[in-house]
Design a binder for this molecule. Structure first.
Ligand code: HGY
Ligand code: MN
Ligand code: MN
Length: 424
């Protein structure tokens, strides 16, 4: 008969975290969508995503944990508590990756959650509240844009209906891809969207250099900077490369490059401290052949900053700059996602800080430059994040790397904090 919490049991749970078992789980997941360069390509709702979900569901069955999915495909693995009526503690992250992603972004948070459940079992420790591990659907947003679909749907920030119709570059909709992905976990209980959550804690690699640079093992995350995502569509006219005069062209690609340059120069002029994160990650061109003047260009803009006023001030300048650089082309600027800066505070943050101190890890309190599902969960319940270092801060890159000992340290902090929260 397992025992419900008594003081000090959080140490026992943390001690039951098994570093080599956690590493083996990462090796297993990294083989699903593994790339020749040693990274991972496991796009949202792809065959690889389905295979990863199937593996997690099999692990859950081994331990008699229950498995459920909701209407956007969020996957929940639940270890029951003493009182099933109480809102659970939820931990987790995402299984999907960027196309040239690494072996740790997202998946570490899911596997750390699984390891916490295993540690609770092995230590034969019960909790008042159930503990659920979640794998959020489509955090990355590279196949189906914008990302964060699972956690935004769960938090009621965006309507599932608007997500299901989104199509990928091949015209496959979220709805179609979701249906085939869910076939991978046929025994999963179908749940309605959303439920009360007592607290949410997400473990993640930092995806930046601070922990490694300062020699710290744990980042107790204070919040996430704001993010605005936009798309710019430029329309011109196709023309012959050898006969059309420059003065008569409506060259969509040339106009797009002028817009990109002008936005970059504007940001540089008002951000001497290099605090703004401005990214033009995607550019599409039609007809995209050497001897035809481009009639269509489509590019992405990702603007981030810790101060919402600064970020929104820059976003407000984007459309005017694009129109100034249009050169006779038609321009359409669309904002597709806006997430303001988020602070983590309250019982989840306090539990992570207390667990980190109690375990004696070198640590710093620090903000997150990257976006995470925890941002959305912070709108629902007390939420927090545990960061661990990654080599050189490199992420969204196949060279992404992390040390087994650091992953285990973060998981011990997670186990300690989750156990405390599941008994309050
Ligand atoms: O873009 C982000 O910050 C996240 O890693 N998807
Ligand atoms: Mn991530
Ligand atoms: Mn990512």
């Amino acid at each position: 008969m397992s025992t419900v919490d008594r003081p000090g049991l959080s140490d026992s749970v943390a001690a039951a975290v098994d570093e080599s078992r956690l590493w083996a789980a990462h090796v297993a997941l990294a083989s699903i969508g593994g790339t020749p360069a040693g990274g991972v390509c496991r796009l949202a709702l792809s065959a690889e995503d389905a295979e990863a979900r199937r593996l997690l569901a099999a692990w859950a069955r081994e331990r008699q944990w229950s498995v459920a999915v909701d209407p956007i495909g969020n996957l929940f693995i639940r270890r029951e508590g003493q009182d099933p009526r109480l809102p659970p503690v939820v931990t987790g992250s995402h299984l999907d990756t960027q196309p040239t992603g690494g072996r740790f972004d997202g998946v570490y948070g899911v596997l750390a959650g699984i390891e916490v459940l295993r540690a609770l079992d092995d230590a034969r420790i019960g909790t008042q509240r159930a503990v659920e591990v979640v794998a959020w659907t489509n955090e990355e947003g590279c196949r189906f844009s914008p990302g964060m679909m699972g956690s935004e749907a769960f938090a009621g920030i965006r309507d599932v209906a608007t997500m299901l119709v989104v199509q990928d570059a091949n015209g496959v909709s979220v709805a179609e891809a979701l249906a085939s992905t869910l076939d991978a976990t046929p025994d999963a209980t179908r749940r309605p969207l959303g439920f009360p959550v007592h607290a949410y804690v997400e473990a993640h690699i930092e995806q930046g250099p601070e922990l490694e640079r300062t020699g710290n093992t744990i980042g107790v995350v204070t919040g996430i900077q704001g993010t605005c995502r936009l798309r710019v569509e430029v329309r011109g006219d196709e023309a012959h490369a050898g006969t059309s005069r420059r003065g008569q062209r409506r060259d969509a690609l040339l106009a797009a490059t002028r817009m990109i340059q002008a936005i970059e120069q504007h940001v540089e002029s008002c951000d001497p401290a290099d605090d703004v994160r401005l990214t033009f990650g995607m550019l599409k061109v039609k007809p995209n052949v050497p001897s035809v003047v481009a009639s269509w260009a489509y590019f992405s803009i990702d603007v981030r900053h810790a101060d919402d006023d600064v970020m929104l001030g820059l976003v407000a300048r984007i459309e005017p700059i694009c129109r100034e650089q249009a050169g006779g082309c038609d321009v359409k600027v669309t904002e597709i996602q806006r997430a303001l800066a988020t602070r983590f505070e309250g019982r989840a943050f306090d539990a992570v800080l207390a667990a980190t101190r109690s375990r004696g890890y070198r640590h710093i309190a620090m903000p997150s430059g990257a976006g995470h599902d925890a941002r959305q969960m912070a709108q629902l319940c007390p939420s927090a994040m545990v960061f661990v270092p990654c080599a050189g801060g490199v992420s969204h890159n196949e060279a992404e790397s992390a040390e087994p000992a650091d992953l285990a340290a973060g998981t011990r902090v997670l186990a300690h904090a989750v156990h405390e929260l599941a008994n309050t």
